[in-house]
Ligand binder design. Structure first.
Ligand code: GUN
Length: 296
């Protein structure tokens, strides 16, 4: 059997299309949602991500700003930038692209962001609301994964979901979202990680397997049972002198072999990645609606 490929680009396009009515309503009220992205240092992948986010804003006619600073920025200067964005009425969403340089206390920066403008959903206030199943800004990648499953007609209720990776950005929040007593949730969730013993035994149990570790093609077909839904969150650059850029992107899943066992699988690129940006747009609009009091 060969898996059905879940087309994240197409689903992201549909999600963004669905936002247009809300953007038009805000425009009628004189509100243009605005997103500020703070980019520190010269990590090429971070530059690519932030430019993609700004491009998505432009296409949807949202306002966006990229604030670039060198890697030797001080903690005080960075938190100062965030504080001024908190006060800026043109800005409804703030994101500080990670990773940040080692001398920066990333959590302290996150905690400086006004929770109402925290479109990444990383502030402890939003993390707490999510854990309690209360309305708030949800983290973009996990929320995008839930949307992808929904569009593919896959309801996690009652299913065994195994998430490999316990990051604060993906693994932990996705587990928290899927375990909720709610629509597109009610799953039995296992979060496996680098210290999990006998990982293959755990991953083979999955009805839905999510790989979010950042390790190229570490999920091999022996770790996947027949008929599993495989969601690949990894975006890894591997050297490939045969390509124009000198590298190619691969996921955390060995796609070519796992595609033969899975029932559904997301590709890299074109799977989860576009959904992260679509959900960021969605959060920016939600934040603008909430801040200006123009929610539909
Ligand atoms: N770095 C990798 N993913 C993300 C993300 O979703 N948001 C931010 N701010 N940084 C990231």
């Amino acid at each position: 059997m060969s898996a059905q490929i879940i087309d994240g680009k197409a689903v992201a396009k549909a999600v963004k299309q669905g936002l247009k009515e809300r953007i038009a309503r805000l425009a009628e009220a004189g509100v243009q949602p605005g997103l500020a992205a703070v980019l520190v240092g010269d990590d090429p992948a971070s530059h690519t991500y932030v430019n993609s986010k700004a491009k998505a804003c432009k296409r949807l006619k949202l306002y966006s700003e990229i604030i670039e600073r060198p890697a030797d920025i001080s903690q005080d200067e960075l938190t100062g930038i965030v504080r001024s964005l908190n006060e800026n009425p043109k800005i409804h969403g703030i994101l500080v692209q990670s990773p940040l340089p080692g001398h920066i206390d990333e959590m302290a920066v996150t905690m400086t962001i006004d929770p109402a403008k925290d479109v990444d959903g990383f502030h402890p206030v939003n993390v707490g609301l999510m854990l309690l199943g209360r309305p708030g800004l949800l983290p973009c990648t996990p929320h995008g994964i839930v949307k992808l499953l929904d569009h593919a007609g896959i309801d996690p209720a009652g299913k065994e979901v195994v998430i490999v990776g316990r990051s604060n950005i993906v693994g932990k929040p996705l587990g928290a979202m899927l375990v909720q007593k709610a629509k597109m949730a009610n799953a039995t969730v296992t979060i496996a990680h680098s210290r999990s013993a006998n990982l293959a035994r755990i991953t083979r149990r999955a009805d839905i397997l999510v790989a979010a570790v950042g390790s190229p093609e570490m999920i091999t077909s022996e770790m996947v049972s027949d008929g599993t839904v495989v969601i690949d969150v990894g975006v890894n650059r591997v050297d490939d002198p045969g390509t124009e850029k000198g590298y190619r992107l691969v996921g955390d899943v060995a796609f070519d072999t796992c595609v033969e066992k899975a029932s559904y699988i997301t590709p890299v690129p074109g799977g989860v990645g576009p959904m992260t940006i679509a959900m960021l747009m969605s959060n920016t609009i939600s934040a603008a609606e909430a801040i200006t009091g123009h929610a539909i």
